[in-house]
Design a binder for this molecule. Sequence first.
Ligand SMILES: *[C@@H]1O[C@H](CO)[C@@H](O)[C@H](O)[C@H]1NC(C)=O
Ligand SMILES: *[C@@H]1O[C@H](CO)[C@@H](O)[C@H](O)[C@H]1NC(C)=O
Length: 462
Amino acid sequence: MHVTSSLLLASLLLLLLPSTEMKRPGKGRGLRGARHKLTHDRVRSAARHTRSGPSRLVASDCSELTESGDFFVDCQDRHLTSIPTSQTWSKQPKHLLLARNQIKVLRDGAFFGFESLTSLDLQQNQISLVEEGAFQGLTRLTTLLLQHNHLGTLSEEALIPMPNLRYLRLYDNPWNCLCPMDSLVRTLQVPSNRNLGNHARCAEPIRLKGIKLKQIDPILLCKERDPTSNRTDPTDPVKPIPIRIRPDATTLCHTYLFPQIQVDCRKRGLTEVPTGISEDVVHIDLSHNSIRHLKARNFQTARSLRTLNISHNNMEHIDTASLFGLLHLRELDLSDNSLHFIQYGVLEDLYFLSQLKLGGNPWVCDYSIHYMVYWLRLHPGVRHSGLLCHSPPEHTGKSVAKYVHSYNGECPKDRQQSRTDPDQSNPELWNTPMEVQGELEEEELEPSHLRVPQKYQIIRLS
Ligand SMILES: *[C@@H]1O[C@H](CO)[C@@H](O)[C@H](O)[C@H]1NC(C)=O
Ligand SMILES: *[C@@H]1O[C@H](CO)[C@@H](O)[C@H](O)[C@H]1NC(C)=O
């Protein structure tokens, strides 16, 4: 009796050993709890298989966060090869973030124990197989993200356990549009399922390549190849028609929906701002591309944008109206571009901007740069960095604000003032609120080219 119990204790300790390496309390408790929910043997064995191996260990790397009252488990970028065990978290997550891992297969019952999920992000894995019972139990799930995976086929049966599914992303998977996809394609095409499977396209067979699942005629899926036709001329493959269209952010970039909608378009070789930035995107990163020019209405649809990162591009010009409508923008990163100045009016809609990065641009300290400095003085709440003169040589390395100040000191319009070195003329007053206000009120100090558009501006707003 005694021996048995100490043996039991020893084996228990052995079982618990791996969990001592884990920081999260309650780790490893979940196995039995999750399993009692399994209904039939097939599911049971598959689920056990899924939960074996290293996933239990790595699961402790995931982090928990609460945003707007919702509980998230964030397991992104954790080198996971399978779904971490449930019930290792302090409570049931509503959102499970598994993007950018190495999951290849979703086994039956993979999400048992995650019944509270309303969203599940599996994008950017290597999923090539989803078993029919993989999503069993996810009755509350409304959002399922499977874009950027290796799926060639998916049975509609896999979606049946999720009666509340409203958003399903399937694009950037190599869909093989053959008969097994028939029921899925028909489901996606039901008019009320308008947010299921948008943008997903067939990769195979050749005759259907590039056609959207939403638009394909389901009859074509099950059509046998016509044996009498001789159309396999290798010199004449059916090529996608090379239409030159503006790149679309939805398919080209990585979109993360939770906790806030974020679009990652870094290093996509973009030469212009992509279309399809949806109205609810909060953060967009366009850094490390080759965008030369921001054009009017580039961000017209992006009304909720709070951060915009366009650093490390080749921007030479920003059209006046290109940032119009970005009323909620907080952070704007324009650093490491080829900007010489910011044109009058560009920043006018940015009422809530709090951070502006300008470094690494060849700012030219002449007339055209004044707008930037006046705008910054009018918006003292904006933290900014990197506004240094690059040319002409006599101003290189000088702060642009100092240049403008010395300009105004040296060349007062309609005013007699000693032409002493500006550095000598009462430096204590520089950039004090009084001095700033004085300059703003005295319109004659502004270069005349700045005044004309200001009138235009007033007309636009009234
Ligand atoms: C298929 O092509 C071959 C030669 O290219 C031709 O002889 C044959 O008649 C073709 N068959 C049909 C059904 O068109
Ligand atoms: C913008 O992107 C660059 C490069 O990816 C990064 O270093 C920088 O911190 C980002 N800026 C902001 C404001 O997040």
